[in-house]
Design a protein around this ligand. Structure first.
Ligand SMILES: [Zn+2]
Length: 123
């Protein structure tokens, strides 16, 4: 029981679902959900995630750093790995690197496709 994680939703306990109703007869309470693993990181569901964001997003952004200028996805870092299927029978894949700005395609090997460190993007 000690390894359970508590949902961090500030209002989790206020949602009156049967699984939150705990305790012995006569002293039951709706309680914050706790699970061995939570489906949404620190939260039991998207409602609790949204509640937390609504309450703390500004503080969190101020703490971790506020974006103060437009970011750009340029030709130099717009490459994405993709594949299409070869025509005919079988399901051989054609691996490609596709530039989302220029639409240029370059061939890619399956090993390069699978290699998470392999990129044409400038870092
Ligand atoms: Zn919750």
């Amino acid at each position: 029981m000690s390894n359970l994680k508590y949902c961090q939703g500030p209002d989790c306990h206020s949602y009156t679902t049967q699984d939150r109703l705990k305790g012995i007869k006569g002293s039951k309470t709706f309680q914050t959900r706790r699970r061995s693993s939570l489906n949404y990181g620190e939260f039991c569901d998207t409602r609790c995630q949204y509640d937390w964001l609504s309450k703390y997003a500004t503080q969190a952004v101020d703490h971790f750093g506020r974006l103060k200028e437009v970011k750009h996805l340029t030709e130099q870092n717009a490459w994405v790995k993709d594949y299409n299927y070869t025509s005919g029978w079988g399901s051989d894949k054609n691996y490609i690197y596709l530039n989302k700005i220029t639409n240029e395609q370059r061939p890619l090997t399956e090993a390069q496709y699978d290699d998470t460190n392999y990129t044409l993007n400038e870092r």
